[in-house]
Design a protein around this ligand. Structure first.
Ligand code: FAD
Length: 415
């Protein structure tokens, strides 16, 4: 097998990939394997989805989207991409609470790593999961929901517990979002008015580079139904883009619909679902810090701007609310995510990550599980209070370590 991830920076070590056409076939594959791991849509940038054994991908099961009669939830096969689910929900007058930047990512893969969008009052995408079905190491299929004491350990699980076949997500009535673009935010304003800026909309993204006096832009996404949109001409020094002519450099993002309200599924993600998801020439890193330390943490990273910017395409700052999922990077803390999209220069990135992690160390950053980082198991362990519970859960569901992998041995099981 010679297969790579979406970004092309990682070649899977697995010896084969199974694509079962039914849950029964999946159960037989799992039962017969000695080492196995689930693979989603391959959008992670590291070895989190890999195994030295065999991979299994559930794309052939199809989406099989089932909306609950009361419209309060939807159940879907895990390999379904967010864009497909979002289209069906919107057609039914329903919505999810949020989306990540790329709607082409599988729901199972995104929820397994705690993938997030932005918004002070929005939990990450896995916080919407209220039930799941999973094939365990012995080939049995079990269902779990929030009434199960283990459930908070089962949602963000990095493929360590089994192969998730279906997820049930909370839904809400559809809503419209207006996205406004502000250009040129002074760094001084970000530091002085961080909370005001991050809470200026339902979902706010601050983008830019680390050197210079100005950040490139701020996206403020406002719900037009329940919040009377207050559209300022100036956001703490960043200027509202009103010409209607602004086109994102790639043409792939939702900036082309600036200022025009539209359905949630066409505004919350950065990338447009109907277009290809960027070019795959980038790799990403992201650290989640406690909201209380956000300004100090961002300031510490900025000190390294001279070594980060030469290999950076863009950075981004987002927020999310706390959740109770044991391995979620937002576990038990209001969170701010500090993100880096790097050019695919692996050696240079490996050179700069330890410095970023050292600068962030006082703020106990949790790395995004699916992105590049250099932290070791000791640091990870210290930052996840429920890690021991997660290991015990993994031992009880997978006593023969069928779903173990080098990544999990190094990051989760090593102490
Ligand atoms: C262009 C781009 C934009 C991105 N934007 C964001 C963003 O806005 N926010 C953010 O937080 N992240 C973002 N990411 C990261 C991405 O969301 C995560 O890496 C996510 O986990 C990838 O999901 P995937 O379906 O590709 O899964 P994979 O990368 O294939 O796998 C990820 C993990 O999920 C597990 N998994 C997958 N399917 C199953 C299953 N059926 N059962 C059990 N475990 C399973 C795998 O074993 C692995 O541990 C982005 C990545 C890219 C490439």
């Amino acid at each position: 097998m010679d297969e790579r991830n979406w970004a092309g920076n990682y070649r899977y070590a697995a010896t084969a990939i199974h694509e079962p056409a039914s849950v029964d076939e999946l159960r037989r594959v799992v039962e017969g394997a000695t080492r196995l791991h689930a693979l989603g849509s391959r959008h992670s940038f590291n070895a989190v989805a890999d195994t030295e054994g065999e991979l299994v991908h559930l794309g052939r099961l199809g989406p099989d989207i089932r909306i609950a009669p009361d419209g309060a939830s939807v159940s879907v096969n895990s390999a379904t991409h967010y864009r497909e689910l979002a289209r069906v929900l919107q057609a039914a007058g329903l919505a999810l609470h949020n989306l990540g930047s790329l709607p082409h990512i599988s729901i199972g893969g995104a929820c397994s790593t705690g993938t997030h969008g932005s918004g002070d009052r929005n939990g990450n995408l896995s916080s919407a999961v209220i039930g799941l079905e999973i094939v365990l190491a012995d080939g049995s299929l079990i269902a779990a929901d929030r009434t199960d004491a283990r459930f908070d350990g089962m949602v963000v699980a990095l493929g360590a517990l089994g192969v998730v076949t279906r997820l049930t997500l909370e839904t809400r009535p559809s809503y419209s979002v207006r996205q406004d673009l502000y250009l040129g935010l002074p760094w001084d304003s970000l530091f002085a008015h961080f909370d005001d800026i991050m809470s200026s909309g339902y979902s706010v993204n601050v983008l830019g580079r680390w050197q210079g006096d100005l950040l490139t832009k701020v996206w403020v996404k406002t719900r037009v139904d329940d919040e009377a949109p207050v559209i300022r001409s100036d956001l703490f020094g960043a200027v509202l883009e009103t010409s209607g002519e602004y086109v994102s450099p790639s043409g792939l993002t939702n900036e082309t619909v600036n200022g025009v309200p539209g359905p949630w599924n066409e505004r919350l993600a950065h990338f447009r679902g109907e277009l290809p998801p960027g070019y795959g020439e980038e790799v990403q890193t992201e650290y989640m810090v406690d909201r209380r330390h956000a300004v100090a943490a961002i300031a510490a990273v900025r000190e390294l701007g001279h070594s980060i910017d030469p290999i950076l395409l863009s950075s981004e700052i987002r927020s999310m609310s706390a959740d109770q999922l044991w391995l979620s990077p937002a576990y038990d803390r209001q969170t701010v995510a500090i993100h880096f999209t790097f050019r695919r220069e692996t050696a240079a990135i490996a050179g700069v990550l330890p410095a970023i992690e050292e600068a962030l160390a006082p703020f106990e950053p949790r790395p995004h599980w699916g992105k590049l980082y250099a932290l070791d198991a000791a640091a990870i362990e210290q930052r996840y209070p429920r890690m021991a519970d997660f290991r015990a859960l993994a031992r009880s569901l997978d006593p023969e370590a069928k779903f173990h992998s080098d990544f999990l041995e190094n990051q989760v099981y090593a102490r």
